[in-house]
Design a protein around this ligand. Structure first.
Ligand code: PRP
Ligand code: GLN
Ligand code: MG
Length: 511
């Protein structure tokens, strides 16, 4: 897999941007900072797997709220249920769980990055192959999906979905290798991009992480049975014990008797590049990544931010939820009171899935309300984990001023996001990223704040104990730097932007 490191990433990204602008509108990517998908699987469970997979998925709900699915295997047959919407209440209904028989199962909770949020794109994907049934669940995004898809369609292959993840299944199906593990290995030799991938066959449960480890995947045990998940928080909910992170480029083959065999699909990378955004925003604060508490790391980002960008204020307040840990760290470091200037409604989702700017703004208002009793007459330092389009920050500044805030200072616990993501985060195109089109002073004015500052790139590496960033950074931080850790074949080729790569495609209802 080639890397964009070395070439001038900014030039490469700017070229892609210009090419896309010239090639006309692409399928709309309506959201702000999207979550990612979550995957969960177990084999050799001491009872029906489905209810535990459902609980694991529920713990991973913050990674994807559009759809969820479970596929199980009872030793003879596979069973599947896929549904648009949240894991609960659908997957806690007795009649749904009862028909998902068997002691092995995988599940997926989706936030779409390639392919619309419709029914046919809901995972796990399943196919009856010559070697038996195969189900798969993918977190991440492939960067050569369009190119590969066009090639396969020209060869006469049929795609049932418009998702990049179906490519795994197609490639596994067309391999002639007798073993599922070799078929997966062959498929992984062809795809490029980011994946935490689960494959359930009649023989085993396979887990694989992409060559540089962009997306996470962890291994645990439940009464001796192997469990795989995107994040450790899923283990906590079902009472499983964390065993270890799957290594970048590693495949684990888990069997019903509890054995876990490790195979290297790609050589151990000299410099793994896990996505820095897992730590900043995606992961649940009670998860551990690479042995480190996400919550503690976020507090450290806040502390460092306070050292870099202090400001006189009466109190420090988070933008809930993902700004909370950084705000606690900031307040402690600045020796200022920490308080809740904003109250979050419990019935609003994590992010803004509405397709228009007007709806997104309504979304912020629905989710967050000013706490007048705390903010009236105060100078407030607001802490958020990230700023993408600026929708949240604009709306909140106005809300707080209306509630009587005397000054509103914004501090963001990561550097400005100036480059799009192609690995499953799905940040918007550059022209929609506020920091890509405004200077910091222009952003401050657009938000209406009294001051605005971001954590520096060196600061984030130092705070995470991985500094200095240098030539071999410990993370992929392409959103800040344009330094993409893989080739971006689809972007570079200008491949057809329509989701199917064909002249027309089936547009399904999304609810
Ligand atoms: O600048 P913007 O375009 O508004 O996007 C940035 C906001 O989006 C995210 O919050 P989100 O609501 O997705 O999740 P959260 O509730 O976990 O903070 C992030 O935490 C920022 O608050
Ligand atoms: N965010 C993700 O991990 C999405 C997985 C896959 N690319 C999809 O769009 O369904
Ligand atoms: Mg937020």
């Amino acid at each position: 897999m080639s890397s964009h490191r070395g070439a001038d990433p900014r030039t490469a990204a700017a070229l892609r941007f210009a090419r896309r602008a010239a090639s006309g509108p692409r399928a709309p990517l309506p959201r702000a900072l999207n979550e990612e998908c979550g995957v969960f699987g177990l084999i050799g469970n001491d009872g029906p797997a489905a209810s535990r997979v459902a609980m694991g998925l529920h713990a991973l709900q913050h990674r994807g709220q559009e759809a969820a699915g479970i596929c199980t295997f009872d030793g003879e047959q596979f069973y599947a249920e896929r549904n648009l919407g949240l894991v609960i209440p659908h997957f806690t209904q007795a009649h749904v769980l009862e028909q998902l028989e068997g002691q092995a199962g995988i599940g997926h909770t989706r936030y779409s990055t390639t392919g619309a949020p419709n029914r046919r794109n809901v995972q796990p994907f399943y196919a009856d192959l010559d070697i038996g049934g195969v189900a798969l669940a993918h977190n991440g995004n492939l960067t050569n999906a369009r190119v590969l898809r066009q090639r396969l369609i020209q060869q006469g292959r049929i795609f049932h979905t418009t998702s990049d993840s179906e490519l795994f299944l197609k490639l596994i199906a067309q391999s002639r290798a007798p073993q599922i593990t070799d078929r997966v290995r062959e498929a992984l030799g062809v795809v490029e991009g980011a994946y935490g991938l689960l494959v359930l066959s009649q023989d085993c449960l396979i887990g694989v992480r992409d060559p540089v480890g962009i997306r996470p995947l962890v291994l645990g045990r439940l009464n001796g049975a192997p469990v795989l998940a995107s994040e450790t928080c899923a283990f906590d909910l079902i009472g499983a014990e964390f065993e270890r992170d799957i290594e970048p480029g590693e495949m684990v083959i888990c069997s019903a008797d509890g054995t876990v065999k490790s195979v290297r699909i790609f050589p151990a990378p000299a410099h793994p590049r896990p996505c820095i955004f897992e730590l900043i925003y995606f992961a649940r604060p009670n998860s551990f990544i690479d042995g480190q508490s996400v919550y503690a790391l976020r507090k450290r980002l806040g502390q460092r931010l306070a050292m870099e960008s202090p400001v006189e204020a009466d109190l420090v307040a988070p933008i809930p939820d993902s700004g909370i840990a950084a705000a606690i760290g900031y307040a402690a470091q600045a020796r200022l009171d920490y308080d809740m200037a904003l109250i979050r409604g419990h019935y609003a989702g994590r992010t803004f899935i509405e397709p228009t700017q007007e709806m997104r703004e309504l979304g912020v208002a629905r989710k967050l309300s000013a706490n007048k009793g705390v903010v009236d007459g105060k100078r407030i330092t607001l802490i958020d984990d990230s700023l993408v389009r600026g929708t949240t920050s604009k709306k909140i500044t106005a809300m707080l001023r209306e509630a009587g805030a005397r000054e509103v200072h914004f501090r963001i616990a990561c550097p400005p996001i100036v480059w799009p993501d192609y690995y499953g985060i799905d940040t918007p195109d550059r022209d929609e990223l506020m920091a890509a089109t405004h200077t910091i002073d222009q952003m401050r004015d657009a938000i209406g704040a009294d001051s605005l500052a971001f954590l520096s790139l060196d600061g984030i590496y130092d705070a995470l104990d991985k500094g200095p960033r240098g030539e071999a950074p410990a993370f992929t931080d392409h959103c800040f730097t344009g330094d993409y850790p893989t080739s971006l074949a689809d972007q570079d080729s200008g491949a057809d932007c329509r989701p199917s790569g064909t002249l027309s495609y089936l547009k399904e209802r999304t609810a």
